[in-house]
Design a protein. Structure first.
Length: 203
């Protein structure tokens, strides 16, 4: 049995302001640092064999708070980056609606295949994320516990893939600093926990 712990990074200032963030490399806010510290403490007494992270600093910093308890280096993988929103990045939903109304119409009509100018489609992100996840699972050995620190989009994609959901499961709530757990036995995957957070992580 292999245990895969999916962790969402802590909050950033852009998250607070509801700005499209995607592949922009925005640091953790003060609250986000606290969330990262708490998730590190939650996993402190778990026997962890690998810590893998998106290569964006908000994920890497969160992963480092976990790694400090396990004498492990953080392995960065760009496969676990958030969706690249292209020209939407840094804008709020209202700003996108005002500046790029045609984009929003296309996004709402066909989110899987549409991508903002300079960005990615969900189809492209799905392939990228699942490629990375399958690579990790293929190289895992029995009884390993692997932590993957990433973003809400990739976590939803992985959970949806394991659950056999054919569309992007946007209604699965993934909070900052939350933990979701998947177990793999031979070729079978089981979702054990979704969006678990410390009782203190929202403060």
């Amino acid at each position: 049995m292999v245990e895969l712990i999916l962790v969402r990074h802590g909050e950033t200032e852009w998250n607070k302001k509801f700005r499209y963030q995607g592949s922009s490399d925005i640091p953790l806010s003060e609250k986000g640092i606290n969330q990262a510290r708490l998730v590190g403490e939650q996993l402190r007494y778990k026997r962890v064999s690998r810590i893998i992270s998106s290569d964006l600093q908000r994920a890497v910093k969160t992963a480092e708070f976990i790694a400090r308890y396990h004498s492990l280096r953080v392995e960065e993988m760009e496969e676990f980056r958030e969706l690249d929103f292209g020209r939407w990045e840094g804008l709020t939903y209202e700003e996108v609606r005002q500046r790029h109304p045609d984009d929003l119409i296309k996004w709402e009509q066909c989110p899987y295949n549409f991508h903002p100018t300079g960005g990615e489609s969900l189809a492209e992100v799905y392939k990228r994320v699942i490629r990375g996840f399958e690579y990790i699972c293929a190289s895992a050995v029995s009884e390993e516990r692997i932590v993957i620190v990433t973003h809400a989009g990739p976590i939803r994609i992985i959970l949806g893939w394991v659950l056999g959901i054919t569309h992007y499961p946007k209604n699965i709530n993934i909070d900052y600093g939350s933990i979701s757990i998947i177990r793999k036995f031979m070729d079978y995957y089981f979702v054990e926990k979704v969006n678990f957070t410390s009782v203190f992580s929202s403060g």
